[in-house]
Design a protein around this ligand. Structure first.
Ligand code: ZN
Length: 158
């Protein structure tokens, strides 16, 4: 379930735009993830530059550019890890009916009666894909907190 206020904050209105490129900027931080139920990421400091290119009335190309850090927790010692992000992601938006022939993960279909989209789900899904399955301190060339590991081990043994 998504929070309505959050959806509104990360909304892009695409009707009425001229053919060509349009830029939008969004800040992805703590407030972004606090609006998402069961968010796996808690904190972040990421700039999102979104370029929306209108090719014609039915076709838009979206380019998401993320730069910044996600604040993750080490799986072993719970230390905070600043995970650097510098990624691009392209998506195609088609206005019209869903078409099985061109169905793909990176293509979304939007009803002709809709004038704006919220990018919350796409952004959240993309960021989640960037997170490694196992998050450990050595990912950022740090050592795990041994005292903390001992303490956690003691807790799980009790
Ligand atoms: Zn660690």
């Amino acid at each position: 379930m998504l929070n309505k206020t959050l959806e509104k904050k990360y909304e892009v209105k695409f009707t009425g735009l001229a053919v060509g490129k349009h830029s939008f900027a969004f800040q992805i931080d703590k407030s972004f993830f606090s609006g998402i139920e069961n968010a796996l990421i808690e904190e972040a400091d990421v700039m999102l530059d979104l370029c929306l290119e209108k090719q014609n009335e039915h076709l838009f190309l979206l380019n998401f550019k993320f730069t910044g850090n996600l604040l993750l927790e080490c799986d072993r010692c719970l230390n905070k890890i600043e995970f650097n992000l510098n990624q691009k992601y392209d998506m195609v938006m088609k206005i019209g009916n869903f078409d099985h022939k061109t169905e793909s993960e990176d293509i979304i279909f939007i009803s002709p009666f809709v004038s704006k989209i919220s990018i919350v789900t796409y952004v959240n899904d993309f960021l989640l894909m960037q997170i490694p399955l196992k998050i450990t301190c050595d990912m950022v060339d740090k050592e795990c907190d041994k005292v903390m590991i001992d303490r956690l081990n003691n807790l799980s043994n009790k």
